[in-house]
Design a protein around this ligand. Sequence first.
Ligand code: PEP
Length: 248
Amino acid sequence: MTLNRSYIVGNWKMNGALADGAVLDAIEAGIAEQSGVDVALCPPATLIAAFAQKAKAIGIGAQDCHAAPSGAHTGCLSAPMLKEAGARFAIVGHSERRAGQGESNTDVAAKAQALFNAGLGAILCVGETLAERDAGNAIAFVTQQLAESLPISAAPDWLTVAYEPVWAIGTGRVPQDADIAAMHAALRVTLVERVGEGGQSIRILYGGSVNPANAAQILVLTDVGGALVGGASLKAETFLPIVAAAAR
Ligand code: PEP
């Protein structure tokens, strides 16, 4: 991982079927001409093995993992299992899991550490609610969330951070450029405090309603190392222009 390369990651959430391998093919064909950008997709777990077998240039990741390597955890998937299926990394701490499954910062740190232990990368998500932003607490809240969610082994070669304001996910609303830049700068400080100088080269992605119309403007902001993309990653027509905007 290097800050010289941008990183565009699609999160398909609970969408997609085997037939959508055609979308993967179209994205791969489209990124062949782009340079300076790493591209990854996180399909639902049911598609990881099939997509990992097909994918050549696109890294396939999972959307979550359990903190334990195995055990009595019905319905869950461990980091070693995801690795065996072909995942290279997983998202942890997405706000939809923090809110929907009650995941705490401690849970997220344990999941990220489990990924490291299995030899996988992690994309660790943080972000404030609208209430926290309106109260003027966004930076304090998100930097504390990151500090408490970072695993012991945090390091630039396997960890990516994603700043995703909860109120911007799937809503079409995006923070002001200055607010994104201020948050990324604050997260950088937190990373350096926790990891040392290595924290300078951990990529910090922005996520929340990124689309072909706004990607270029967001991706040039200082300390924005790429984007985590939900809805616009489901179709090659909307994902590829975002990748093109990140190409260097
Ligand atoms: C997400 O869920 O990570 C996300 C950024 O979604 P969207 O792009 O649809 O806002």
